[in-house]
Write a protein that binds this ligand. Structure first.
Ligand code: ATP
Length: 351
């Protein structure tokens, strides 16, 4: 059955990765009907106040969305994430020989970050401390009342979302174990300083993981884990993190295997999934056509797999790996001098 894919090129440098990558994926000639939206700026100019609704309608009319990155001009991200309930942000961290790593032995790094995608510090509840006066809140360390002036942000950890994301991680670890990976689940949070929220996340995670006796479970305090990502990445398999740590640690982890230019991701819910690179819109290099399209293309490979085009996904991944191994058409972030389009042409050549 024909699949329908919404392509949202995004803002700043993002379309310079998405559009040539789209041409490569179209070249696979899969049974896909593409609905390609304009860039953020073009969409605002063409649709004015209706632009957000145009994006939402396009997303709703498709089986999945391939999303560039947005800096405000493209309004779709809230609908894709909270509107569609895409609670599991899956971010593979896998080294491809030829990619630029600061490690002397990056070969064999191959783990997956499972980031909770709905809550934590992303609930957007912030305000003036003044509004909290009179609630009897005190500083846990000093027992003094909170200052009268300043700001606060609320961290939200719910039982349902925590259980769901840890279960997702456990199921993924089981599937990977069946394919020869160690079957290890690593969970991290700042549970010592935030026992009420991060400690809650930790104890729920432990409880859920106990239901998977074939999976080895381990837990680290977030600052210790930040060091372990760099010091012992080879032993990681599946890593489950609350939203904010997941965001920060996946940028850190990407640095081990080539940086943001190669970091792909997919966001999965019960009824919908969308795919986007880990990086933002790279505004500092917009217009130069040097943004690395690898992350965008590897996200497309995840999308093709989700749509059950397994052969197309594997062919695309192999072609990208071949271009890296050859090392002739890499973008500046990987130490090369190729433009985004040159890299895409090289991938098309391998296909
Ligand atoms: P966001 O908060 O939206 O994730 P960010 O602040 O992390 O965005 P990015 O847009 O991801 O910022 O860019 C961070 C740095 O990495 C910038 O210098 C940018 O040029 C670079 N960068 C990001 N993506 C790529 C890419 N695909 N190719 C080359 N450089 C990139």
């Amino acid at each position: 059955m024909t699949k329908r894919v919404c392509v949202i090129p995004g803002d700043d440098a993002s379309p310079e990765a998405v559009l040539p990558a789209l041409a490569v994926v179209k070249g696979l000639e899969l049974d896909i009907d593409w609905l390609v939206l304009p860039t953020g700026e073009e969409g605002q100019a063409q649709h004015g106040e209706d632009w957000a609704q145009v994006c939402r309608d396009a997303i709703d009319s498709c089986d999945t969305t391939w999303f560039g990155s947005a800096s405000g001009k493209t309004p779709a991200i809230a609908h894709l994430r909270w509107g569609k309930g895409t609670y599991a942000n899956i971010r593979p961290v896998k080294y491809m020989p030829g990619a630029k790593s600061p490690l002397s032995h990056p070969e064999g790094i191959d783990f997956v970050i499972v980031r909770e995608n709905m809550e934590d510090m992303y609930s957007g509840i912030e305000g003036d401390l003044e509004a909290l006066q009179g609630l009897g809140l005190v500083n846990r360390q000093t027992k003094q009342s909170i200052p009268a002036s300043g700001k606060f942000a609320i961290k939200v950890i719910t039982e349902a979302n925590t259980r769901r994301i840890v279960e997702y991680g456990c199921e993924l670890a089981m599937r990977r174990k069946a394919a020869g990976y160690p079957g290890r689940l690593t969970v991290s949070s700042k549970y010592n300083v935030l026992p009420g929220t991060d400690g809650y996340f930790r104890s729920l995670a432990q409880e859920v993981a106990a239901g998977y006796p074939d999976i080895e479970y381990e837990n680290f305090i977030a600052d210790d884990f930040a060091r372990r990502i760099v010091a012992e990445p080879h032993r990681l398999d599946v890593v489950v993190l609350p939203n904010l740590y997941g965001d920060i640690f996946s940028d850190e982890a990407s640095a081990l295997v080539g940086g943001l230019g190669v970091a792909a991701s997919g966001c999965y819910g019960d009824d919908y999934a969308y795919f986007e690179s880990v990086h933002g819109t790279a505004p500092d290099i917009a217009g130069q056509h040097v943004i690395n399209p690898t992350a965008t293309m590897l996200s497309a490979a995840m999308m093709l797999r989700h749509l059950e085009f397994e052969e197309g996904a594997a062919a695309l991944e192999k072609a990208i790996e071949d271009v890296y191994r050859e090392g002739k058409a890499l973008t500046p972030d990987q130490g090369g001098s190729a433009h985004s389009e040159d890299f895409c042409d090289a991938v098309r050549g391998k296909l």
